[in-house]
Write a protein that binds this ligand. Structure first.
Ligand code: ZN
Length: 385
């Protein structure tokens, strides 16, 4: 039941569109763009800006900060007082330069398009940009449209959080193109995320001749880690994980320092506040050691409020018109930039990106067959919400 002037007409020839999209996305994932390579991320910003050059889209490019890449703000649709729809995508990946050549070459196997960031989230960013461009061309958006492409999501969005919140604050709805889950399901709630760095200082000594004088920082860190990991409480939705550790200078030296990083996930704002206070108040188990903690809750929980549920129902109805049975998943542990806008009370839908699997691994792929249906769904959301 496509409207005569709908942007969906641009996707009518599904086979040709899919071929074109595979080609376009393959070019995107052939550009390595780990967060800390500003050069790589900026090349992605170049190709994204070039992709909309032949459409009525206003492109604003904000220079990178703190050594990170640039940000793009794309605007289209009517100029009106209606609250805009905000689309959020990130173009950085977790894969270091060289992954493409060494471990994860761009290739198609059956329905799978492999490559760094194919699933998280160049696939989603690409298909949403194609939808955005076609809606801009067709002139069918009801509301102003804003598309934000960011350089730093994978490290917690340190340089773009304020912009995301500023644009989110005024938006009527936020659509996030993180990967789809379990056969195309979308995301309507996420846990909050905290990141902490802990430094333990003991006293160094020769491990043979002066053993009794030493205070082993690794031993104290081990005690602290067991306590921290013991806070995991699955029924309450709390998990703690020590994901990085380093310490010591030589095998035969009692180590003075040990450092480790803690990842904490929570389901509620209250749990986040409680665990943050607990972590920042961490004390040594023995006065001969010093424990220092930095960090805090980074992303607030994204809760499935009645407004989120209502937006999901509207998306579900639009998807049904396209022959898609849209489902959502139970609360997921991974955070995204959607957490920032959802925490402001702005109705947010996430997981609207490509279907696939293997995020953050060397087996990462997006499903080719999901490109056109997801682009059509995005176009329909941008035209109708
Ligand atoms: Zn992502």
């Amino acid at each position: 039941m496509t409207q005569p002037h709908s942007a969906l007409r641009a996707f009518a020839d599904a086979a040709a569109t899919e071929t074109r999209m595979v080609e376009g996305l393959s070019a995107w994932i052939s550009i390595e763009s780990p967060t800390h390579s500003a050069e790589g991320v900026n090349r992605m910003m170049d190709v994204a800006a070039a992709a909309v050059a032949d459409a009525p889209v206003e492109v604003e490019r904000l220079p990178g900060r703190e050594g990170l890449g640039d940000t793009l703000v794309l605007r289209a649709g009517p100029v009106s007082n209606e609250k805009p729809i905000l689309v959020l995508s990130h173009l950085d990946t977790v894969h270091p330069i060289g992954t493409l050549e060494r471990d994860l070459p761009v290739r198609i196997e059956g329905d799978r398009l492999y490559g760094p960031g194919s699933y998280d989230m160049k696939g989603g960013a690409y298909l949403a940009l194609m939808a955005f461009k076609e809606v801009a061309r067709a002139g069918t958006a009801r509301r102003p449209l804003v598309f934000l492409l960011t350089p730093d999501e994978e490290i917690g969005s340190p340089t773009t959080r304020t912009l995301i919140e500023d644009l989110g604050q005024g938006a009527g709805a936020v659509l996030v193109t993180e990967p789809a889950r379990d056969g195309g399901k979308i995301v309507t709630s996420r846990k909050g995320v905290g990141r902490f760095d802990v430094t333990v200082e003991g006293r160094p000594a020769h491990s043979g001749s002066r053993h009794a004088d030493g205070r082993n920082a690794i031993r104290e860190a081990a005690r602290q880690i067991l306590t921290i990991e013991g806070l995991t409480d699955y029924p309450r939705g709390v998990t703690t994980s020590v994901g990085l550790i380093s310490g010591g200078t030589a095998m035969n030296t009692i180590p003075q320092f040990c450092r480790f990083s803690v990842d904490i996930r929570v389901a509620s704002v209250a749990d986040g506040a409680e665990l943050q206070a607990w972590m920042l108040g961490l004390k040594a188990t023995d006065p001969d050691f010093k424990v220092t903690v930095t960090g805090g809750m980074n992303r607030p929980p994204y809760e499935r409020t009645p407004e989120v549920a209502a937006l999901f129902e509207r998306a579900r109805a639009l998807a049904a018109d396209l022959g898609i049975d849209l489902q959502d998943v139970p609360r997921t542990g991974g955070g995204s930039d959607g957490n920032f806008t959802a925490a402001l009370g702005v109705p947010t839908l996430d997981g609207l990106g490509i279907d696939g699997d293997g995020a953050h691994t060397l087996q990462e792929y997006g499903l080719v067959s999901s490109l056109v249906p997801r682009a059509r769904l995005m176009a329909s959301l941008l035209e109708t919400l």
